[in-house]
Design a protein around this ligand. Structure first.
Ligand SMILES: Cc1ncc(COP(=O)(O)O)c(C=O)c1O
Length: 424
C-alpha cells in the first residue's frame, strides 16, 4: 500500500516565528573548520574555568549521604532557598536594600530569566524597546514571541535618554503606547557594544520611565546586569535597581555564567512580587525548577569564597586579553578604525568607517578567506532603528580565543581592512 503521509508538520505559529539563531552558522563554521580563528564566539576563557574549585564544592555537597541525596532530588521552582538567601545578601552587599529572597528566582542561566519574563509579558504584536545594537539572542526571543522590537539609539553609555524620549513620544503619537510591554537595558558592558552606563545615565533613564508610567500603562524595565562581575576597571556602577527602593518596578537579572562557569547554567533574577509569581508559573511549566544539584554546588562555592576567586581569575585574564586585542587593533588596523574601549565584559566594538561588513559582503568574505570570523553589526541592530542601520560596525570577542591566535586574527583582518579602506 502506498503511503500518502505528508511531510508538512503543523508547526505552531511560535515555532514558525522561531528561526535558527543568526549566528548559529558562524558557530557551526568554527566547529567544521578547526583552522578558523573565531573572534565571533561569545564563550568564556576555557583555561580559566575553575575545575579545581568546582571539584572541591562537589566533594562537599556529596561528602554526606543525606545532603548529597537531597541534591539529587527535585527542588522548588523559584530555586533552593539558602541559595536565594545568599544571592539576596550579596545584592545587599552590592548596594540594594531589603532584598526579599522570595522575590528572587534562580534560573537556567540569565537567558531563562529573560525568556520566562518575556513569555509572561509579551503577546504577538506587543512592543519592546531595546538598545540598538542589542543582545541578538534576546532579539531572537522577542521575535519568537511575536514582539515588535523597536531600537533606541545608543552612545558609549548605552541607551540615550533622548532616544528613549523620542520613541515614547512616537508611541503616544501613533496611538501604540498601550502595546509597550518591556524596556530592555544592559547596564554593564553591553553585548555587543561593551557600553557601560554611568550612575547618572541610569538615573536619567529610570526617571524617564517613572514619568512615563504616570502618562500611560505600566511596562517592565529589565536591567540585564549579566557582565557586572566582569568589571575590569575600578568599581562597578550601582545597579539601576538601586533606585527602585521598594522593589516595585525593575526586573534585574544576572548570571553565574560569565565569572564562574556557563556549564552550571545558573542565573538569578530579582523582581517585584507579582512578576515573580508570573515568572515562576512559566518556569514551572518548563522545568519545575533549575538543577537542584548545580544550585547546591554553586551555594557551596559562594560560601567557600570560590565564586570570588574564580571571578578574580577571569577578570585578570580578560584584562590581559582585552588590552592585547585593543593593542593589536591599534597596531594592525588602519588609523581610521574607531574602537570602543570596554571597561569590562567580553566585547570590543569596532567601526571601520564606510566599509560594509554585513554577512556576505566582499569584506566579510575576504575575512573568511583569511579564516577569521567576527560578528557583523548587522546581526545586532534592530529592523526598526531610529537611525539608518549602520553597516560598518562589528563585534570582536576576546572571551574564548587564546592570546596568540587572537592577535593573528586581528592582524589578518587588519590586512583586509587596509585593502577595503583603500577601495577594496
Ligand atoms: C547580555 C546578555 N544577557 C544574558 C546572557 C545570558 O547568559 P547565560 O544564560 O549564560 O547566563 C548573555 C550571554 O551571553 C548576554 O550576553
Amino acid at each position: 500500500m502506498s503511503s500518502t503521509a505528508t511531510t508538512a508538520f503543523p508547526f505552531s505559529q511560535k515555532a514558525q516565528r522561531t528561526g535558527d539563531s543568526p549566528i548559529a552558522w558562524l558557530m557551526r563554521k568554527t566547529i567544521e573548520d578547526p583552522e578558523i580563528l573565531s573572534l565571533a564566539a561569545g564563550f568564556v576563557d576555557t583555561g580559566t574555568l575553575p575545575n579545581d574549585l568546582v571539584e572541591a564544592a562537589v566533594h562537599k555537597v556529596f561528602a554526606e549521604a543525606g545532603p548529597g541525596r537531597d541534591a539529587l532530588q527535585y527542588g522548588t521552582t523559584p530555586g533552593y532557598l539558602p541559595l536565594r538567601q545568599t544571592v539576596a545578601s550579596r545584592l545587599e552587599e552590592q548596594g540594594l536594600s531589603n532584598v526579599d529572597p522570595d522575590c528572587i528566582a534562580i534560573t537556567n542561566g540569565g537567558q531563562q530569566g529573560l525568556y520566562t519574563v518575556t513569555e509572561a509579558f509579551v503577546d504577538p504584536g506587543d512592543i519592546v524597546l531595546v538598545e540598538d545594537p542589542t543582545y541578538f539572542v534576546y532579539m531572537d526571543v522577542l521575535k519568537s514571541v511575536g514582539a515588535r522590537v523597536l531600537g533606541v539609539s545608543t552612545d558609549e553609555e548605552g541607551m540615550t535618554p533622548e532616544g528613549l524620549r523620542d520613541r515614547l513620544r512616537e508611541l503616544h503619537e501613533s496611538g501604540q503606547r498601550g502595546r509597550l510591554r518591556i524596556l530592555y537595558l544592559m547596564s554593564y558592558y553591553s553585548n555587543p557594544k561593551g557600553s557601560n552606563m554611568s550612575a547618572r545615565r541610569r538615573r536619567e533613564l529610570y526617571d524617564i520611565y517613572l514619568e512615563e508610567i504616570t502618562k500611560g500603562p505600566i511596562f517592565l524595565p529589565i536591567e540585564d546586569a549579566c557582565y557586572r562581575d566582569l568589571t575590569l576597571e575600578g568599581e562597578p556602577e550601582p545597579y539601576m535597581k538601586e533606585f527602585d527602593k521598594g522593589n516595585e518596578h525593575i526586573f534585574a537579572t544576572g548570571t553565574f555564567s560569565k565569572a564562574l562557569a556557563p556549564g552550571l547554567r545558573l542565573g538569578w533574577s530579582y523582581m517585584p512580587p507579582e512578576v515573580h509569581t508570573a515568572l515562576c508559573r512559566q518556569k514551572a511549566n518548563q522545568d519545575f525548577g533549575s538543577s537542584n544539584m548545580n544550585q547546591r554546588i554553586l551555594l557551596e562555592m559562594l560560601r567557600m569564597g570560590s565564586y570570588e576567586t574564580a571571578a578574580a581569575r577571569f577578570r585578570e585574564r580578560y584584562r590581559v586579553k582585552r588590552d592585547a586585542l585593543v593593542q593589536a587593533l591599534r597596531d594592525h588596523w588602519p588609523a581610521e578604525t574607531e574602537i570602543l574601549h570596554p571597561k569590562g565584559g567580553l566585547y570590543v566594538w569596532v567601526r571601520l568607517p564606510g566599509v560594509d561588513n554585513d554577512p556576505g559582503s566582499p569584506f566579510f568574505n575576504a575575512v573568511l578567506e583569511e579564516k577569521v570570523l567576527y560578528v557583523p553589526g548587522y546581526y545586532c541592530f534592530c529592523e526598526e532603528t531610529q537611525e539608518p542601520k549602520p553597516k560598518d560596525q562589528m563585534r570582536l570577542c576576546y572571551g574564548v580565543i587564546d592570546l596568540e591566535p587572537m592577535t593573528e586574527a586581528v592582524r589578518r583582518m587588519g590586512r583586509v581592512a587596509a585593502q577595503f579602506l583603500k577601495g577594496g
